[in-house]
Each structure stands twice: as C-alpha cells, then as structure tokens.
Design a protein around this ligand. Sequence first.
Ligand code: SF4
Length: 205
Amino acid sequence: MSSPTTVGQRDELVHVSALNEYVYCPRRFYYQRYHDEIGTPYELIDGRSKHQNQSNRGGWVTERYFRSDELKLHGKIDLIESDSEVLTPVERKRSESGQYYPSDEVQLTGYCMLLEDALDEPVNVGYIYLYSTDTRHAIRIKERHRETVRKIVSRITEMTVNSLPPFTDNPKKCEACSARQYCMPYETALLEPEKAQGTGWEDRV
Ligand code: SF4
C-alpha cells in the first residue's frame, strides 16, 4: 500500500468532480476554485484492497477513494458494481431533464481511469444511472474520452488566479450558473461589449 497522501499533495491532484465542472464552463470552475470553497476531505482508502472488500455488500462496493499521482487525479467513487471480478463504476445523477451530458461522460471516464490505475487492469465500461428515469446507461470508455480527461487535467493544473477563462458561448448555461454574481456576463456585455463578443450575450442587451 502506498503511504497516505498529505493535504498538500491532494491539492496538486485534480478532483474528478472538477472535470465535470470544467466542461460545464471553465470560467465557473475558475470562480469556484479561487472565490469559493471547493473540495471535501475524504478518507484515503487504497483501491487495491477492493478484492477483499467487495463481496460483503452483495456485489456492490460503496464509497471508495482513489488517487493517482501519474494521472494527477483523485476522487471518491460512490458506487462500484462487481460482477465476476469485473468492477464497473456507477455515476448517479438526479438529472431532471432525463438525460446525461458529455460532462457526465467525462466525469465517469475519470473514475474508470482511476479505478484501472489502482487495479492495474483495464476498465473500459462505466454506468451512468439517472434517478429521474430510473435508467442505467452503459458508457464504453474510448481513447477519445481518456484524451479529453488528460487535456482537462492539464488545463486545470496549468490554471492560475491570473488566467480568468472567457465567458461560455452558451448563455443558457449562465441562467442557472452559481457563479453569475462574480461573472456578470450581462453587465459586461452592456458596459464592455468588446469583452462579450462571440458569447451570445451581445445579442441580449
Ligand atoms: S455566468 Fe456563464 S460564463 Fe459566467 S461562469 Fe457562469 S456559465 Fe460561465
């Protein structure tokens, strides 16, 4: 078993939930990272102990924390299905719209990559379970998914407080955005229209 991670080391890793946030809007992720509190302390559990732990919950493993210095990722997988020694992460979403999004696939890929790193065996399928429709969707994890995760991890690790990302080009996302009070896309389009060019907000003022 590797030695426990310190708080300082954890900060250098990207949390899997951050992948989802970043895909939604890099700018919102920036505000969450530098203006709000983000992250939850998790108890470290070595993923390699899974074979000892999996059978006592009838084929389910719950709440396992994984980290990988090589992937620069960490996160807690809430639910892992175990079937004939094959482990499959399950990402559960409320999803009032009744569908899952590309950002959910990216997050699930992050979990699959963490799991396969811990097990040292391929994890090529994950599930997205939607509460609203009580449906489970099998997602085949392809190289393009992994490449997306690697790119986002790289962008997040390179992000600094001085590099505010641009507005999203989809104003609909802004309507429900928790960072809007910091971001002010409408006000910016009104007062500094050149900064809102190409965002869709220039047509809304
Ligand atoms: S208000 Fe819009 S552009 Fe600003 S952070 Fe939120 S989603 Fe991104």
